[in-house]
Write a protein that binds this ligand. Structure first.
Ligand code: GLU
Length: 504
């Protein structure tokens, strides 16, 4: 019987979630759901020096925003709790000791100063097969020396011991067979002096304990794989090991290297899923969410960064992705990030969205700009009228705000050059006309407007732009009579009057 599909996302809570991290979550999630499996989030917080306050909460908020709900996690509970490695501290030591007993790991007593001295002495010093014999460890110390150090409670770490010139190989679901030569692999620390495991030991022990069937993670973890495979082999048996997939990097727009937060700052686009403020440095980073992305667009865009469906289709809901996703179609090479394309996805998703999907987000945005929605059905009408013009959700402030709030910024410079007495008298007559009889419906308002322009012997074409600027504040927006019809008689007249006064 094949193992139940159980995948995990195993972040270290060290900061905001980069879009590469969210894509790792997404591919894990899609694979789990496609196979009726479980998606687990495990917090890998054994490196206390890198722990950042708020980072774990941020991760869960991001997953919630994206709609990628874990089946098991520190927040959602589950049969393998606790899901924070720091709370599982006691479970790791015995495995490190087991390796020592088998001669596959050893105690090392070198102090930070000892290691520094070695680094100065040997360029690119690595604690490994060629150097371990000259260091202070249970391989080089006599039994008595070793016992004395232990009795004196001397701090030590446990390091893995790999013999050189051995081949370690495994089959990666994306890359195929991958080979490593152990000669290049250093003696990584497995258990630290504070009794905490390092990531390398903890990831293996927990993937085993949590019965993980598939482990998908970023390509940057590939160099660590030989140590993990070695530990699996020696502790739990390779037949129990999860199947690995190392996901391609997300690259800078020009393809030159891994996309970083700095590229986002430099080129003006977000790299994190949501706003993140680093509590240590107070450095801020804008998120896709706050920049005005819909979660549907964000996940759709991420899915396509490194995967394709093999068809022309580009827009996929999460449900469709669950159905269509396949690891075979994940690319080996890195995927260049293209912000314009990301915006294209968002625009398409805004066009597809309904008022029910976005109402509360837009209300919140409006609130920040002191725009008050006084009429729900008016809001629905406006939403349908302007959504095609909004690439980012924040565009609704400009594209819909003036329906609810008299514009304060009128682009007078767009009117001034062609403004003359004839136009002024037309608009004065229009005010009178609409004061007496404001037809209400857009088509009828247009007819009234054109009839008046004929009487006044002035081309309607020359009057449309002024009317637009008067009602909207600038040269944008949907049909101008639609706008007049929605904002109504009083507001239309008031805005025309205001602008005439400004032009006087
Ligand atoms: N804790 C590692 C990280 O922070 C997880 C790598 C893995 O998935 O094995 O990304």
């Amino acid at each position: 019987m094949s193992k139940k599909v159980r995948v995990r996302f195993a972040p270290s809570p060290t900061g905001g979630l980069h879009l590469g991290g969210v894509r790792t979550v997404l591919y894990n999630y899609l694979f789990a759901k496609q196979n009726g499996g479980d998606f687990i989030v495990r917090i890998e917080d054994t490196d206390q020096t890198r722990f950042v306050e708020g980072a774990e909460e941020y991760i869960f908020n991001t997953l919630e925003w994206c709609g990628l709900t874990p089946d098991e996690s520190p927040k959602h509970g589950g049969p393998h709790a606790p899901y924070r490695q720091s709370e599982r501290k006691e479970s790791y030591r015995k495995y490190a000791e087991e390796l020592v007993a088998k001669g596959l790991a050893y105690y090392a007593f070198d102090t930070a100063e000892d290691l520094d001295a070695k680094r100065k002495e040997i360029a690119n010093f690595q604690y490994g097969h060629s150097t371990r014999i000259s260091m202070k460890n249970s391989l080089t110390l006599s039994d008595t020396e070793f016992k004395n150090l232990i009795d004196a409670n001397t701090p030590y770490v446990i390091r893995v011991k790999l013999e050189p010139h051995q081949e370690i190989k495994f089959t990666d679901l994306i890359r195929g067979e991958v080979h490593f030569d152990t000669t290049q692999v250093d003696d990584k620390v497995l258990l630290k002096a504070d009794g905490m495991p390092t990531y390398h030991l903890a990831v293996v022990v927990d993937d085993y304990a949590m019965q993980i069937s598939h482990a998908f993670r970023g390509e940057e973890w590939l160099p660590s794989a030989p140590v993990h495979i070695f530990l699996w082999d020696k502790l739990f048996g390779l037949e129990n090991m999860p199947q690995w997939a190392h996901l391609p990097l997300i690259l800078k727009p020009d393809g030159n290297g891994k996309l970083s937060k700095r590229d986002g700052d430099r080129l003006g686009f977000p790299v994190f899923a949501m706003d993140w403020k680093d509590p240590r440095t107070n450095e801020q980073a804008t998120g896709f969410k706050e920049r005005g992305f819909l979660p549907e667009a964000f996940t759709n865009m991420l899915a396509m960064l490194g995967w394709n469906s093999g068809s022309e289709q580009e827009l996929f809901s999460l449900e469709e992705l669950i159905e269509k996703f396949s690891l075979e179609r994940v690319h080996k090479g890195g995927a260049k990030f293209d912000f314009e394309k990301a915006k294209w996805f968002n625009h398409e998703w805004i066009k597809k969205s309904t008022i029910y999907d976005v109402r509360s987000t837009i209300y919140n945005l409006f609130k920040e700009h002191n725009i008050l929605v006084d009429d729900e059905s008016k809001f629905e009408k406006v939403f349908e009228l302007v959504k095609d013009r909004c690439v980012l959700l924040n565009d609704f402030v400009q594209q819909a705000g003036y329906f609810f709030q008299t514009p304060t910024n009128i682009d007078i410079t767009a009117l001034q050059p062609k403004w003359d007495d004839k136009k002024k008298s037309f608009f004065t007559a229009l005010i009178q006309q609409w004061n007496n009889d404001f037809a209400g419906d857009a088509t009828q308002l247009e007819q009234q407007f054109k009839a008046l322009s004929e009487t006044q012997q002035i081309k309607a074409g020359e009057l449309m732009l002024p009317l637009r600027v008067m009602l909207v504040g600038g040269k944008f927006g949907p049909g101008v009579f639609e706008i007049a019809s929605i904002i109504g008689k009083e507001e239309t007249i008031k805005r025309i009057e205001n602008t005439i006064a400004m032009l006087a």
